[in-house]
Design a protein around this ligand. Structure first.
Ligand code: SAM
Length: 225
């Protein structure tokens, strides 16, 4: 039986001030609450301003891996003409939505139509919508779908389709979520499908290795450090 390709990009880090080893709630509170902070970012030829609000959970701010994922996809897209055209992307744990939104607008700027499903827990959806309204033109918006997706639960009907790419930025951070996230990857990637998962995460603690060990039972994993 074929396994789906999963590219796992890890950044090395011994310490991380945002997530503590002891923090095992689903969405740990942030030590310093950032409300209404705006990050200005440029990717290729798109300029973005992203509103952040960490009052409800860790997804309310941009994590470093989100930019790594965007730059990786933009790099791949430059090597293939019409890369975005008719492709289906799904971002899990999208937080502010920055990665998925940049990809949707980049495709629109290239006159390419795709579907970028930007998903997270319910508390993130309004901030993703705010960032969509702030940054995307009408064609960029047509490339987007914002919907709740809780890891480990049944995939909502609207998201239940075949994806070319599944994106996960900094979603490996709590051991209690590992099995739930892997279950969602399995549900989204039927065996022998061509779906590729691009997972980027900061290497935080020993437990992260357990995540890779578990993943390798179900996916062909290509590690890039
Ligand atoms: C560390 S943040 C990363 C956010 C974003 N990907 C980034 O890189 O900026 C992890 C994200 O996973 C989401 N998350 C945590 N538990 C989840 C679950 N059970 N189902 C879906 N999303 C979850 C959080 O809400 C948060 O947005």
């Amino acid at each position: 039986m074929g396994k789906n390709l999963l590219q796992a990009l890890f950044e090395n880090s011994d310490t991380d001030s945002d997530v503590n080893e002891e923090d095992y709630s689903l969405v740990p509170e942030q030590s310093q609450c950032r409300i209404g902070t705006v990050d200005y970012l440029t990717f290729g030829n798109v300029n973005f301003k992203i509103v952040e609000d960490t009052s409800k959970g860790c997804g309310g701010k941009i994590w470093e891996s989100a930019s790594v994922i965007v730059n990786h996809i933009l790099h791949v897209s430059k090597l293939q003409p019409n890369f975005f055209q008719n492709k289906n992307f799904l971002e899990v744990g999208a937080g502010t939505g920055m990665a998925g939104l940049v990809l949707a607008q980049t495709a629109a700027n290239l006159n390419q139509q795709c579907c970028v499903a930007i998903t997270d827990l319910e508390y993130c959806l309004s901030i993703i919508q705010t960032n969509l309204e702030l940054n995307l033109d009408e064609n960029g918006k047509k490339n987007c779908l914002i919907n709740e997706l809780k890891w480990g639960l049944e995939i909502p009907k609207i998201l239940d389709k075949s994806y070319d790419y599944i994106l996960a930025a900094d979603c490996v951070y709590l051991e209690s979520l590992f099995d739930l996230l892997i279950q969602t990857f399995k549900d989204l990637c039927p065996i022998n499908s061509k779906t590729q998962i691009i997972l980027v995460s900061k290497k935080r603690r020993r437990a992260d290795k357990k995540f890779l060990v578990k993943l390798k039972k179900f996916f062909y994993v290509e590690e890039v450090y």
